[in-house]
Design a binder for this molecule. Structure first.
Ligand SMILES: NC(=O)c1ccc[n+]([C@@H]2O[C@H](COP(=O)([O-])OP(=O)(O)OC[C@H]3O[C@@H](n4cnc5c(N)ncnc54)[C@H](OP(=O)(O)O)[C@@H]3O)[C@@H](O)[C@H]2O)c1
Length: 277
């Protein structure tokens, strides 16, 4: 899908670097197909040495002649970067934005008429190629461009296209999600420590168990409740553990956490899109 394409990464920070590393490892793109920019001259050497690609600070020069332009600057820098690129970007170029809370219409309004804009929300496990990215597209994106955008994030994990109205929910579930699950792993590891297991072993037991359980859901495609039932022997110990979880309201707490985070994401979308207008 990406063979022969040229890519510019505008704002090659933590996420940009992870995506470039994933693309160099897992796609047909070669290092010389990718150009990146950073905000400060002092960042150039660090990024170019780390990734082995051309890095500069001239955004206009970087996007010229590129098939795909990946915008990976902070949300508060998007307005300025779009204004800078407005006159050099063409409607044939695919614009992919990973800026949290910045909508496709925000980008479209600031660019050339009929700009092809895809918005993506990856998560931090993308750094080790097990990310989850939710994507949505604006009004002028072709099927081929959608596939190209998806191919970028497939290099660092799984992808799914959703309607843009669901992007706050995606942000709250899969982008914030690793934080919730780290708390779960940490708590399970604490439990092991409480029961006398050395912390390092306890963390391994907890984290690998979460990894295995996730893979069971993904690979068997069975409903999680059915998988839970297979672990729960009548009158065994798991049912006692599950009863404690029910009493502690784990389910409703997790549901409320995601709903609350989605509300906050929606607030940020409104603030971001209003204050920058
Ligand atoms: N990190 C994640 O896991 C994650 C997940 C989902 C979405 N996102 C989104 O991804 C974007 C980047 O996040 P990040 O964590 O990678 O941030 P970051 O590490 O701070 O990277 C931002 C990059 O933008 C560069 N930059 C600043 N102003 C610029 C300009 N005018 N032109 C070109 N480059 C400029 C910075 O350069 P210097 O290094 O010189 O300052 C830096 O390299 C954000 O919009 C965020 O919402 C991130």
């Amino acid at each position: 899908m990406l063979k022969g394409k040229k890519l510019a990464v505008i704002g090659c920070g933590k996420l940009g670097e992870a995506l470039v590393a994933g693309l160099c490892k897992n796609s047909e793109l070669q290092k010389n197909d990718i150009t990146a920019t950073v905000g400060r001259e002092t960042s150039i050497e660090r990024v170019s040495k780390k990734l082995g690609i051309a890095v500069g600070v001239d955004n206009k020069a970087a996007v010229k002649g590129k098939d795909i332009v990946l915008l990976a600057v902070k949300p508060q820098n998007m307005d300025r970067v779009l204004a800078e690129l407005k006159d050099v970007l063409t409607k044939e170029q695919l614009i992919v934005s990973v800026a949290a809370s910045v909508t496709t219409s925000f980008c479209e309004e600031r660019l050339e008429e009929k700009a092809a804009v895809v918005r993506a929300m990856p998560n931090t496990p993308a750094v080790i190629n097990v990310g989850m990215t939710g994507l949505c597209h604006g009004l002028h994106v072709s099927a081929e461009q959608r596939n190209m955008a998806e191919a970028i994030f497939k290099c660092v994990g799984e992808t799914v296209f959703v309607d843009e109205s669901l992007m706050d929910a995606v942000t709250a579930l899969s982008a914030s999600g690793p934080a919730y699950l780290y708390v779960v792993v940490e708590s399970l590891a604490e439990a092991g420590v409480k029961l006398g297991i050395p912390r390092e072993i306890s963390t391994l037991l907890a984290a690998q168990t979460m990894h295995g359980a996730s893979r069971m859901v993904l690979e068997t495609k069975a409903h999680p409740a059915l998988l839970k039932d297979t672990v729960t022997t009548p009158a065994g110990c798991t049912i006692d553990g599950l009863m404690e979880l029910e009493e502690g309201k784990l389910r409703v707490t997790l549901i409320k956490a995601v709903v609350k985070a989605a509300e906050r994401a929606r607030e940020l979308v409104n603030t971001q899109n209003k204050t920058s207008k």
